[in-house]
Design a protein around this ligand. Sequence first.
Ligand SMILES: Nc1nc2c(c(=O)[nH]1)N[C@H]1C(S)=C(S)[C@@H](COP(=O)(O)OP(=O)(O)OC[C@H]3O[C@@H](n4cnc5c(N)ncnc54)[C@H](O)[C@@H]3O)O[C@H]1N2
Ligand code: MOO
Length: 405
Amino acid sequence: MRTVDEHLADILAAVPVVPPLSVALLEARGAVLAEPVEAPVPLPPFDNSAMDGYAVVAADVAAASEADPAVLPVIGDIAAGDPGVSAIRPGLTARIMTGAPMPAGADAVIPVEWTDGGAATVRITRPAPPGHYIRRAGEDVLAGQVVVDAGTRLGATQLGMLAAVGRSHVLVRPRPRVVVLSTGTELREPGSPLAPGEIWDSNSFMLTAAAMEAGAVGFRQETVGDEPEKVRETIEDQLARADAIVTSGGVSMGARDVVKEVFTAEGAGGPVVFGKVAMRPGKPQGFGLLQGTPIFTLPGNPVSAYVSFQVFVRPALRAMQGLPPEPLPTVGAVITEDVKSPAGMRHFMRGRLSYHRGTYSVTPAEGQGSHQLRSLSSADALIVLPEDAEAVPAGSTVDVMRMPS
Ligand SMILES: Nc1nc2c(c(=O)[nH]1)N[C@H]1C(S)=C(S)[C@@H](COP(=O)(O)OP(=O)(O)OC[C@H]3O[C@@H](n4cnc5c(N)ncnc54)[C@H](O)[C@@H]3O)O[C@H]1N2
Ligand code: MOO
């Protein structure tokens, strides 16, 4: 049996990085920047006012007080985007709004609260030093400075930054398109009635959502029964739009394990390797490239499929965008119960994390069977017990992966 680390290393060595393309800014959300973006101009581009108030020569108001205000004629207004007054001389002032360019000759801004708010002349009751309430050109970003590095996943703040330096389009590695397909003759669409022996398909919904949570674009396919030709056709049809394919079911030792049958057959279109990985749940795994497109054939038991996704598919999707293939965020936590773990297997248990006074603790969920979706859906963490652990006493510190929420 191969180890989890060996299987993951093979996957990461094989998955291609999605090619970069230029997209409009809002379409870039969730994509990974493929070029360093520099500011063509400084930010702010010009010295401007931080407050609504009056642009003054600081020396003119140096002696101003409540008892003896400085009284200055107002020569006009300067609004953001409308530099009505471009310069002032000593002894004069101009009303200025937040973000408006400082007029030449002025070296301070007096906020309107320190004045009588006059429009023709203004009474200023407090002094201010030179530079007061002026935001200097380049104080945020210098011209030529890289504002977002290549390799950054673009969220709201990065998109704001890119817009602020004038970019309408950027070169990105887009979110991989992941096609998810459940196989199994027993599966029915939720919302339709069940005949004896049938169950509703849950995996494809869970895995499509997990792909989205991992930063991919998820496309769920309708389930396909255990018909090799239909499975092959459905997957081959999807190759045109998929950057990766994820299947669930049909990969273990049964007489009708359809996914395994299709992709181990001669001429199946690419080498998908099926084997056992030393983990619980998630032992039967398959991975390969179909005409260059990665396909992950995950086991059908719902918990097995989910754990396999987080352990193998999620890091691979990150690698495909040029991101480090990190595992889910992991914390150390004190386990609250004695647990047993199979020797030689990495064991992923469902649990609930809690945090108290600087320490995490984790309680294993009731029902650790790989068919028990209820305990998975009420869990927020996967407890990772290493291959060499067999009995882990309560009070031990264990690694815990936080499930995305
Ligand atoms: N003789 C052996 N039998 C099994 C072995 C083994 O090593 N030797 N491994 C077991 C393990 S571990 C797992 S995991 C499963 C994996 O089986 P398959 O990937 O072939 O999955 P299926 O047989 O199609 O389904 C297993 C189970 O999961 C249910 N299922 C499948 N798809 C869905 C879905 N989309 N939504 C909800 N539930 C689903 C299915 O009805 C079965 O109950 O094999 C063990 N057997
Ligand atoms: O791995 Mo199976 O995935 O243990 O139920």
